[in-house]
Structures are given as structure tokens and as C-alpha cells.
Design a protein around this ligand. Sequence first.
Ligand SMILES: Nc1ncnc2c1ncn2[C@@H]1O[C@H](COP(=O)(O)OP(=O)(O)O)[C@@H](O)[C@H]1O
Ligand SMILES: [Mg+2]
Length: 359
Amino acid sequence: MRGADLIDIKRVLAGYDLDDLSIATLGSHSALQILHGAKKEGFRTIAIVEKRRKWFYEEFAHLIDQMIVVDSWRDVASKDVVLRLRESNAIFIPHGSFVEYIGLDRAESMEVPMFGIRSIFRIEADQRMKMDFLAKAGINIPREYRIGEEFRGPVIVKFPGAKGGRGYFIARTKDEVRRGIKKALEDGLISDEEEALIQEYVIGVPAYYHFFYSPMLKRLEILGADIRYESNADGLHRILPFVRGEIDVSFVVVGNVPLVLRESLLPKIMRYGLNFVRYSQERLPPGVIGPFCLESVIRDDGEIVVFEFSGRIVAGTNIYLTGSPYSHLYWDEPMSVGRRIAREIKLAQEEGKLDEVVT
Ligand SMILES: Nc1ncnc2c1ncn2[C@@H]1O[C@H](COP(=O)(O)OP(=O)(O)O)[C@@H](O)[C@H]1O
Ligand SMILES: [Mg+2]
């Protein structure tokens, strides 16, 4: 049995003073946005920070009521930190770096009420399960190939647990795929060639959509979209004639660029978001809660191909601290995703339904 099945968050919540909640997160990724939003909605805030970054978060002391300093991220799920969070009636907000920093098992079994569903962590951690989830939800995904299979056009080869696309490579032929996988085995990146996912490299414009499903309002909101700026993929075109074939392409995220979509693309994007919500409710009841992101490439004929998802707040939302053109359509006030999370907690708190937004 997994950690997530063993813990009883409802029991922890029963011990909370529900009129005196705090919102807590890890000092990284989208923490400043989350803390800022929590403050705007009137919550007390807690930042768990690594010792080496404490000085940086102290610069934002006006957003942080309590700082819990850890020597390393591994200590986040320790008894001591968990108890301190519970003493402050903390709701923990997992963001995109949470599982990566503290590890899947510890993340799943951390005994603090978490905004969102933790059952999705394990699916996200596995490339194949992730793609299978999207396909079953009725979302268009890239073609997948087996080792040795012929293909047309470039493929991208992905490994499990790769951070920021590190270790991924692009190949033009099945022999290049074989060589790359052999090297990954030698380098210890994978222990079995079956772990490599060989995917059609979709040519088009990358676009990432920020969704928020509200169990309180029973609606899906699209709160923004971005393009991820990735090194060196996004730098190569500047000197393409010079580097053609001489440099390996990599996808380390350096930042995000705002994107407003053609309105005629929105219905399809919204349909994908709704499909995701519906399938998550079937497969992982009660289904997705709060922010999630679909990562796609849009081809020249308008086809949208989704190559991954994130079940939590993504860093691309940091662009919209004061709201996005989309968030204004729903809220007409500066509504970041961080603030939207706090708003949902507030709505749940007011209706005595906090147990419907945390797991
Ligand atoms: N099938 C694909 N076609 C085109 N580009 C892709 C594809 N899959 C991934 N990419 C590019 O590689 C980057 C990293 O891939 P992703 O699967 O999102 O891994 P990570 O887990 O590191 O975020 C993406 O942000 C995108 O730019
Ligand atoms: Mg990604």
C-alpha cells in the first residue's frame, strides 16, 4: 500500500482551528506568488526555506509571517516540520518543484492537509502513465515509437525523472535513438532501455495553458497561457546556420513569456481542459482540485498536441501576478493563480467544505 492511502488527512483537519488557517509552501518555484495571493486573501503565511536561500526570502518578509528553515529539502516532510505546520493550522500548497525536491514517497505521505489531489503525483512521475492518462482523457498526444521502429521526422527521447528536460535528446534516425539510449544506460540515467520514451517531435509553437478547476464553484477557469523560454532550444535559431548539427539541443527552462491565444483556438483548449477534469474525476476521485497545466505544441494547421501535464501550479503563472487577460474575464480584479488558490480555500472555509479541497 502506498503512503497516500495510509494517511488520514480528515483526522488531521478535525484537529484544526478552521477559523485560524495558515497557507504554507516551499520557498522556490512560485512561492512568492502563492504567499502574495494568500496575504491578499487575508491568510497567515508560512514559507519553508532552505538555509542557503533564507536571506533571499527575508527580502520579502512582508509576505511571510513565519519562516521554517530546513537544512535541506529532505527535511520538509520530517516530523518536526509537519508538527510545526499543524500547530499553525497550515494548508500546504504543493507547487511544480515540490515532488522533485522532496521525493515522491515523502510527498505522497506528508501528513499535512494539501491543496489538490496527491494521487496525481505518482502518475506524473511516470512518463508512460502520464501520456496514457492524457490519451484516455481524450486529449491529442504525440505519436510514440518503439526502439528500432522506423519513423519520419525528428523524435524526442525522454527519460524518467529528468529535471527541466535535462538528458532528453532529439534524434533523426532510429540509429541515433539507439546510440542515445545506449549512452543514457552507460551514464546511469536509466537502468533499462524500456524506460526511454520515444516521442514524435512535434513541429510548431509551444503553448502552455494554465487551468484552475474549482470544486466550490464547480467550474473550470482558464487563467492564462505562456511560452516557456528554454535553453538552448530557444537560443539556437539565432545562429542556426553556424551550429546546424554541431550542438545538442536542450530544454532547460530559463523563464516564461506571456501568450494570448487566438480566440478561435480557445474552444479546443477549453475542451481539453474539461476532458482532463472529467477523466480525473473518474480515475482519481474526487478529481483534480485547483491549478493544472497542459503543455502543448500547436501545429500550423491549428492541431494542438499535448506532450505533458502538471497537476499543480506551474511557474509560467508567475507572469500574471496582477492577473491575466483571461483571469479578468472571470474575476475583474487582480487574480493570480496563487491568489485564486487562497480564494478557493476561503470559499471552502466559508462553506464549511475545506475537506473538499484538500487531501
Ligand atoms: N513531443 C514534443 N514535441 C516537441 N517538443 C517537445 C515535445 N516534448 C517535449 N518537448 C519540448 O521539451 C521540453 C521538455 O519536455 P517535457 O516533456 O515537458 O519535460 P519536463 O518534464 O522536463 O518538463 C518541453 O517544454 C518542450 O519544449
Ligand atoms: Mg514539461
